[in-house]
Design a protein around this ligand. Structure first.
Ligand SMILES: [Zn+2]
Ligand SMILES: [Zn+2]
Length: 116
């Protein structure tokens, strides 16, 4: 189960983001849809533990915004999705230490809910 976090900065920027893993964490069909290239390298016959899909906090340096982004961890490494607005790679933040995309200050966060 993942949690919904509200990230807020003193400058006024705030964003609600679902982080962690939901029901889709070990769903290979979801991986195939989100990361087709990487999915082809995953051998599902080897059982669970070959991959994990989770939501991460991504920062786009161009758009100066935070995004909830899918992140796939597998044997070949870690794959993430690009910025949904401009297509540039997102910088993945440590979910406990997210810097504001507008003013670069460390943001406060609180859990506001759960998702699955
Ligand atoms: Zn962008
Ligand atoms: Zn800020």
């Amino acid at each position: 189960m993942g949690v919904v976090r509200m990230y807020a900065c003193g400058c006024g920027y705030s964003k609600e983001i679902c982080v962690g893993s939901g029901m889709g964490a070990f769903n290979i069909n979801l991986v195939k849809r989100l990361f087709p290239q990487e999915a082809a390298m995953i051998d599902v016959s080897r059982g669970p533990g070959e991959f994990e899909l989770a939501n991460a906090v991504g920062e786009c340096l161009s758009c100066k915004k935070l995004y909830a982004t899918a992140m796939l961890t597998y044997k070949g490494g870690v794959a993430t999705k690009p910025c949904p607005d401009c297509g540039k790679p997102l910088m993945i933040s440590d979910i406990n230490n997210v810097n504001c995309p507008v003013c670069s200050e460390l943001m406060n966060w609180q859990e506001v809910g759960l998702w699955d």
